[in-house]
Design a binder for this molecule. Sequence first.
Ligand SMILES: NC(=O)C1=CN([C@@H]2O[C@H](COP(=O)(O)OP(=O)(O)OC[C@H]3O[C@@H](n4cnc5c(N)ncnc54)[C@H](OP(=O)(O)O)[C@@H]3O)[C@@H](O)[C@H]2O)C=CC1
Ligand SMILES: O=C1O[C@H](COP(=O)(O)O)[C@@H](O)[C@H](O)[C@H]1O
Length: 487
Amino acid sequence: MVTEQRALFIIFGGTGDLAKRKLYPALFNLYRKGFLKENFAVIGTARRPWTDEHFQEVVRDAIHAEGALLKDTSRFASHFYYQSHNVNDTEHYTTLRNLAEKLDQKYEIGGNRMFYLAMSPRFFGTIAKHLKSQKIVTAAGYNRVIIEKPFGRDFASAEELNEAIGRYFPEKDVFRIDHYLGKEMVQNILAVRFGNNLFRALWNNRYIDNIQITLSESLGVEERAGYYETAGALRDMVQNHILQIVSLLTMNMPASYSETDIRREKIYALKSLRKYTPEEVEKNFVRAQYKAANGQRGYREEEKIADDSSTETFVAGKLFVDNENFSGVPIYIRTGKRLSQKTSRIDIAFKAMPTNIFAPQRLGQNVLTINIEPEGKIFMQINVKKIGQGFTLKNSHLDFFPTSNGESTFPEAYEKLFADALAGDATNFTHWEEVAHSWKFVDTIRDTWDKQNDVLEEYPCGSMGPQASDKLLERDGCKWFYQGKNN
Ligand SMILES: NC(=O)C1=CN([C@@H]2O[C@H](COP(=O)(O)OP(=O)(O)OC[C@H]3O[C@@H](n4cnc5c(N)ncnc54)[C@H](OP(=O)(O)O)[C@@H]3O)[C@@H](O)[C@H]2O)C=CC1
Ligand SMILES: O=C1O[C@H](COP(=O)(O)O)[C@@H](O)[C@H](O)[C@H]1O
């Protein structure tokens, strides 16, 4: 259901890459669909001295609209205002407050404010403090703050950051973005699990043999060398996106489909992640870096990357969630840059039949795949009879494409998350305790790696990672279901 929302957005980092690539197009889609109409305005802030006109041009360019949509684009962009602002300068906040009040009146917004922190996290504390002390938060409407990742670089820094924000904004007004939670197929995990008795019954350690999560990218580090060198794949993808997916796959059934109940169960699942000793980390986690191959340069040859960089661009691991339903089920995860293809997918492999009445024919394994990207689909491998005389079995696919029933194409994750935040629904944002448990788990791995002096493994660009990643599963008699291109 589309409900029109009134809000003043203040985007810190309004000239940045994220704002241009994701935020403005997402807001435009909400405008086209009627979530935003006349009663909204956007203030973009950053240090460079742009005019409103230039800012509106940047916004129009960011949207890439064509044809009939061009008219909408101009009307939409007319709601955008630019304020040159250094977040460390207290006086600038007075100018910002005056502009915010003026726009609030002009567009009859009623005091609702959405502060989007699309900047380096080192500024979050000071922005939160000034929003309060300079009275940019209102008494009349809501005041919500949307925070981009990375939320800290370990548990200690995340806790510090959380305290800095929590001093000024209560948890209910803090919306920590993990854009994977806005993806249609990630949201489908709960639909499949808790909307089908079939799967509810099977979704446990009695029937599931192992789970595999692959978030592979064909792109390299691109323009984000500075950030990536301090993060690496473990902090960039595992601490947030992968562990969020793990929590959705392994959480107990919530009492209701509500923010409080879902978050409670996710927190419990993340708290149940088994913490490894350093020896167990070495045995169960693999890290590696891409090297030149297939016409693509290696990580250390990328611009602004040190030639002796030891940052991992690939991680594979085996982990466990020791709750009642999942203890004993290995969850294999992997993510990396410059792999053979962009693919995000989850494979859930079920245990073999206890007896095989068709022997000596072999039964194929039942595998449920939730394909997140590039194509959103769900498919299941099941054994069926081959048409004709005799009784021969074959392994076949049951496919479901959410977009093939005349339903529209998927909205972009940022668009869905913006709409949720406007509605005050934080179900698909991460609660502080989720972040905290995820960091505690990741810290044990990072600490072990930081103390090791061994040479980082390498994998060729265009492959699916180092051999050690395959061996991790072979050791347990398994293999990655997704083998890269053409699979
Ligand atoms: N880009 C992406 O795809 C993703 C980004 N993120 C996160 O989003 C955040 C922003 O990323 P991104 O847009 O790529 O970064 P950019 O470097 O492109 O943008 C940073 C922004 O901050 C502004 N800025 C820097 N210093 C100040 C200051 N002292 N006062 C006011 N403004 C300042 C810059 O503008 P100016 O120089 O004019 O001041 C610019 O608008 C980061 O936390 C990043 O990790 C998360 C996921 C994906
Ligand atoms: O958060 C991040 O995610 C992207 C991958 O997101 P996707 O939606 O394209 O799958 C990744 O490239 C980036 O390094 C990371 O910061």
